[in-house]
Design a protein around this ligand. Structure first.
Ligand code: NDP
Length: 322
């Protein structure tokens, strides 16, 4: 089968398309014929070496497709089932191995592309809004990269809860998309000082929570956008990692809370995963949540997909099609 392999960490060029043996399922596992693999920023962190993986490896943490084989004792799924999963390595391939507890059956009416577009970014948006800082009507949230994959979903979910959402985006075209997703105010942070604008928009009070996935270029100012006792949710670093900080800084800025969550800890068991994925599929079916698939690439063009995501050209989901 064809698979993308990384033999050394580096730029997009280290993603090479090779022949690899088809995986064989062990106990508790299933083989999925991948129809669409999600491209996520976490794949870039593994490719560059910011996140560590033993070399060589096949990247990709999210896929959807059809089960072709199951390991001994597996009863939850069978060959022919249409499934999707997230947070399991090896998705950039024609066939991928996944633990059965991470598989979610695709409801009728949800195709493979939608399945791969919803799991990782959708469950992330879900846990951020419902678990890390449970949003309530009346809260105001600042969401950075509001037109990105997670950003568009988080904005819609937060709005559906009844929160007010202010977003930042990199361009005017992205601002339109973010507004369509439900942002009440959109700040083009490439041109405007978002700290100043957020203070103005909130009458000097600040926001209840900042969902910051941009990291290096936004973190310091994000802290200044919070109300006293507000929540700083740093969940990514698309612009680079945030340097170490002195915890006393949080006291000085108003007894702030700081957390650095990961989906792995918020979809850590079957019940939690089924809750989040179940909500997402229901919202998509009812039209409460719109998925935006920005572009698709053939599997062999994984490097082009990474280049597009990394250079801020995309707004929504990027998929690889084996
Ligand atoms: P996005 O589609 O949001 O793409 C990243 C966006 O970040 C870009 O489109 C860009 O938007 C913005 N950005 C700002 N500065 C830079 C920069 N210097 N280089 C590149 N991009 C920049 O990606 P995803 O939806 O896949 O992921 C969003 C973030 O969420 C990532 O940081 C990812 O790591 C994080 N994440 C965290 C998870 C967790 O559980 N902790 C799980 C899933 C995702 P703009 O042009 O508008 O500035």
């Amino acid at each position: 089968m064809k698979a993308i392999r990384i033999h050394k960490t580096g730029g997009p060029e280290v993603l090479t398309c090779e022949d690899a043996p088809e995986p064989q399922p062990g106990a508790g596992e299933a083989v999925v014929k991948v129809e669409a693999a999600g491209v996520n920023f976490i794949d870039i962190y593994f490719r560059t070496g910011l996140y560590k993986a033993a070399l060589p490896f096949t990247p990709g943490m999210e896929a959807s497709g059809t089960v072709t084989a199951v390991g001994p004792g597996v009863t939850e799924v069978q060959a022919g089932d249409r499934v999707a999963y997230a947070m399991n390595p090896g998705a950039y391939a024609a066939y991928a191995l996944a633990p059965v507890w991470k598989l979610v059956k695709l409801p009728a009416g949800v195709d493979a592309k939608q399945g791969a577009a919803i799991m990782l970014q959708g469950m992330t948006a879900h846990y951020l809004a419902y678990s890390t800082f449970p949003l309530k009507p009346g809260h105001t949230a600042l969401v950075h990269a509001g037109a990105g994959g997670v950003g568009l979903l988080l904005t819609q979910i937060a709005r559906n809860i009844g929160a007010t959402v202010i977003t930042t985006v990199g361009s005017d075209a992205k601002a339109d998309l973010s507004r369509e997703a439900g942002a009440s105010d959109v700040i083009v942070y490439a041109k405007q000082d978002f700290e100043k604008d957020v203070k103005q928009l909130t009458g000097g009070k600040g926001v209840d929570v900042v969902y910051d996935s941009v990291g290096a270029t936004t973190f310091d100012k994000s802290l200044n956008c919070l109300k006293p006792r507000g929540y700083m949710v740093l969940f990514g670093q698309s612009s680079g990692p945030v340097p170490p900080l002195d915890p006393a800084l949080l006291a000085g800025k108003g007894s702030l809370f700081l957390t650095r969550p990961s989906l792995a800890n918020y979809a850590a068991n079957r019940d939690e995963l089924a809750w989040r994925a179940g909500d997402l599929f229901q919202w998509v079916a009812s039209g409460k949540l719109k998925l935006r698939i920005d572009r698709t690439f053939p599997l062999a063009d994984a490097a082009k997909a990474h280049e597009a995501l990394e250079s801020r050209k995309t707004s929504g989901k990027v998929l690889l099609i084996p």
